[in-house]
Design a protein around this ligand. Structure first.
Ligand SMILES: [Zn+2]
Length: 249
């Protein structure tokens, strides 16, 4: 680790490939390619439903290949504004204690299936609040109690000295070209920052990025040794170590 950055020797920036909601095209398209090119990512899962046991078996090979199985909460609760039902419940009707119980139960299930020294969290729908109006408050402090890092939405890549590890910015990608994705990765290297890409479907499924475009990004990352590609918890832990060693001075 060099003094002026938390990245491994020779790397000028970092990138985390993150994937939400346990979509099966991630298993079919993203993971085989990433394994072939020795790229490891973070897959945010909601460990719920009758088929969770089955889910564990479907995701186990990815875990064993070194990918991070991230926490995406148990209930995936977002704003009730998404619903047309005036009686709908959502983050507005939840308390901090409700959120904590939800993520802690998700964490219990995930650590049983996929033990990890540290795990990242991902805010469903990029929303990190409970209540509304005068009672609205951030639930980021709850997450900071239980996780090494957490991913939200945002505009640019994160600076290792100034970023809030529990409210990391990420680029939501859908329908992007390979050249655009490579451009985002190269921005991280040019500015010494850590970018997080948020994927959903690959080639098919919700908000997809085409297989051929994803392939172009992965091959670029495999070839270019100046961008550190690693799961979210791993990069966060390198930043913590670097900050402790006085790296930001
Ligand atoms: Zn989600």
């Amino acid at each position: 680790m060099s003094k002026d950055s938390p990245w491994p020797e020779g790397c000028r920036g970092a990138l985390s490939l993150t994937f939400d909601d346990g979509i099966s095209s991630q298993l079919d398209y993203a993971i085989p390619l990433m394994n072939e090119l020795a790229l490891r990512g973070t897959f945010f899962l909601c460990p719920r439903g009758d088929d969770w046991r089955e889910g564990v078996e479907r995701w186990r090979p990815a875990y064993e290949a070194g990918h991070e199985m991230g926490n995406h909460s148990l209930s995936h609760t977002c704003s009730r504004g998404f619903s047309d039902d005036p009686r709908a419940t959502g983050l507005e009707t939840m308390s901090l204690a409700d959120i904590e119980a939800d993520v802690v139960e998700a964490e219990r299930r995930l650590s049983e299936a996929f033990p990890a020294e540290a795990r990242a969290y991902c805010y469903p729908c990029y929303q990190a609040h409970v209540g509304e109006g005068p009672t609205r408050q951030s639930y980021v402090p709850v997450i900071a109690k239980h996780f090494i890092a957490a991913r939200a939405g945002g505009e640019i890549a994160n600076h290792p000295a100034t970023c809030d590890l529990h409210y990391l910015w990420s680029w939501a990608v859908r329908g992007n070209t390979g050249a655009e994705l490579v451009g985002l990765a190269e921005q991280c290297a040019a500015r010494g920052r850590w970018g997080l890409l948020t994927f959903h479907g690959i080639h098919q499924g919700h908000l997809p990025v085409a297989d051929v475009e994803f392939r172009e990004l992965c091959h670029h990352l495999h070839r270019s040794k100046h961008i550190w590609v690693a799961p979210v918890a791993e990069v966060a832990s390198a930043i913590n170590a670097w900050r402790k060693s006085g790296g930001t001075e």
